[in-house]
Design a protein around this ligand. Structure first.
Ligand code: ZN
Length: 278
């Protein structure tokens, strides 16, 4: 498989608000826009307390396309009451996404270390089954995001693209697909095939990028900027494009190191890294 062609402009660049966590939502929008960024994925905490109409007008004024709302899911629990609360929370998030015209809700599916991964996966299936009709009614799609297996204890019982494909294919629903995040999947020897399978079944809904720092000093908050680490980003993008994906390339970086930096400088470096290393 050939590498993906060079990226020449920012038409497909989307940034997750968590990437520039120190910035207030409106400031983030203005700065992304000033740099020519096209899309924005919105984390719930970034817009908490903001009127949805205000969010929509801010996006419009800055010519930013809303891409994903992050993040729903967390379905499993040994406690039935908590499982019910998770469903209610997901439905709230779908309503919020709809009010802000965000077309996709990302699902970090969840896990409970007090039960088997198999049981957690059954509860994830049940949770998705319950919220899918709401997603359809509100016209907001759902994307299962498989996570790196180091998060299998409490964040996701879905730890490979193969498992996510199986889940999406079980439902075979236009409103359910997958978010492929390189951070969670880059090392999978079967990744090329699974990306192909995901595309063939029309389940490839989103593509998240960053890099894997060597060494990684924190399992959650030490993601790298594209080109800083060891993820073969151009190769994976080649597979994703060959699978028919034509959406945004979403930069999603949690990093205490970058959050401490001047965010203007960081964003300039991010754009350079996107062009040269994604
Ligand atoms: Zn992601």
């Amino acid at each position: 498989m050939e590498m993906a062609p060079e990226i020449k402009n920012l038409e497909r660049l989307c940034i997750h608000t968590i990437t520039t966590k120190p910035l207030e939502f409106e400031e983030a929008c203005a700065r992304y826009s000033a740099l020519g960024v096209s899309g924005i994925s919105i984390w719930r905490d970034a817009v908490e307390g903001l009127d949805p109409g205000k969010v929509r007008s801010c996006l419009r004024e800055n010519q930013l396309t809303p891409v994903s709302y992050v993040r729903g899911g967390f379905f499993p629990s040994i406690d039935a009451e908590k499982r019910g609360a998770a469903i209610a929370n997901n439905i709230n998030m779908l309503e919020e996404a709809s009010e802000m015209d965000i077309p996709l809700l990302v699902l970090v599916c969840g896990a409970d270390p007090g039960q088997s991964l198999k049981t957690s996966r059954e509860q994830i299936k049940k949770g998705i089954e319950t919220i899918l009709p709401v997603a359809r009614r509100l016209n907001v799609k759902l994307a299962i995001e498989p996570l790196h297996p180091m998060y299998a204890d409490s964040r996701s019982a879905i730890t490979s693209l193969k498992q996510a494909n199986q889940m999406a294919e079980y439902f075979n629903d236009d409103f359910l697909g997958i978010a492929v995040d390189v951070y969670h999947l880059w090392f999978d020897e079967d990744l090329e095939n699974q990306v192909k399978r995901c595309g063939e079944n029309k389940n490839l809904f989103a593509y998240h990028i960053c890099d894997w720092n060597v060494p990684t000093t924190d399992m959650l908050l030490d993601r790298g900027l594209m080109g800083e680490g060891c993820i073969p980003l151009k190769q994976i993008r080649g597979w994703v494009e060959a699978a028919g994906f034509s959406g945004f390339y979403e930069v999603e970086i949690f990093s205490t190191r970058f959050w401490e930096q001047d965010q203007n400088l960081f964003l300039e470096n991010l754009v350079k890294a996107y062009i040269h290393h994604s």
